[in-house]
Write a protein that binds this ligand. Structure first.
Ligand SMILES: Nc1ncnc2c1ncn2[C@@H]1O[C@H](COP(=O)(O)OP(=O)(O)OP(=O)(O)O)[C@@H](O)[C@H]1O
Length: 228
């Protein structure tokens, strides 16, 4: 089943008088449960593409459908709900709150949901921390965790809402290769267990080994596609 459909997506940034074309006509369908990597040289449009899919920015031209609903046609409230319930983000810099523990960082993501009971919050946070291998580190703050552990917290934070789609912009950029592999294994496991769809942007060849599908961008266009 299609989760995401992009039709004729173009994105032009305006830099003063200069127009910077970042995406020049992207047609792409992502199916539910896919584990897809977006690769390509610096400046090829990877982050721009992820930002558009994550509804963090809007295309200059073209249409994006999420679950068969056209994003542009959604009201502000509908868009906020889509982002809150259906999308999870993992960043290169982890973006954890330094004064909160691993548990509290993950818990915070669920606090946006008014309708979840306290007991359910606790169960879900504990389960997801255990799934990413951090049960014993729940009360540590980010400063007391390694880079790989911090990235696992941010994976748990993205997954605890059980979103349909997780977008990860260079998730292993700050990790050594062994830690990257561990983090990727956690993501593959979550993808398989929860059927969460993942889209990554990356320069890291290691990620390519884990991806089912690799989309190569060049100058804002899809230059190549491979599926394993
Ligand atoms: N906010 C912006 N304003 C102007 N130009 C931008 C902006 N963001 C990106 N660009 C330009 O758009 C193009 C695509 O950038 P993007 O960041 O999407 O590429 P990328 O493939 O993610 O690069 P990298 O691998 O270096 O992160 C580049 O030419 C970049 O300079």
């Amino acid at each position: 089943m299609n989760l995401l459909e992009l039709k004729g997506i173009k994105k032009i940034y305006q830099q003063g008088q200069v127009e910077v074309p970042a995406l020049r006509g992207i047609d792409l369908t992502i199916h539910r449960g896919e584990f897809t990597s977006v690769v390509g040289p610096s400046g090829s449009g990877k982050t721009t593409l992820l930002n558009l899919i994550g509804c963090l920015d809007t295309p200059t031209e073209g249409k994006i459908f999420f679950d068969n609903r056209e994003i542009e046609k959604l009201s502000k409230e509908e868009l906020a709900l889509l982002r809150r319930y259906n999308l999870g983000f993992i960043f290169q810099e982890y973006n954890l709150i330094p004064v909160l523990s691993a548990y509290e960082n993950v818990e915070l993501a669920l606090r946006l949901f008014d309708d979840i009971k306290e007991i359910e919050v606790e169960k879900r946070v504990k389960n997801i921390l255990e799934a990413v291998g951090l049960a014993d580190f729940a009360h540590h703050t980010p400063g007391e965790l390694s880079g790989g552990q911090q990235q696992r917290v941010s994976i748990a934070r993205a997954l605890v809402k059980e979103p349909k789609l997780i977008l990860a912009d260079e998730p292993t950029a700050n990790l050594d290769s062994k830690t990257s592999e561990e983090v990727l294994e956690v993501m593959v496991e979550m993808n398989q267990q929860l059927d969460t769809t993942f889209i990554f942007s990356t320069h890291d060849p290691l990620v390519w080994d884990y991806a089912q599908r690799i989309i190569t961008l060049k100058d804002g266009q899809i230059a190549e596609e491979k599926s394993s």
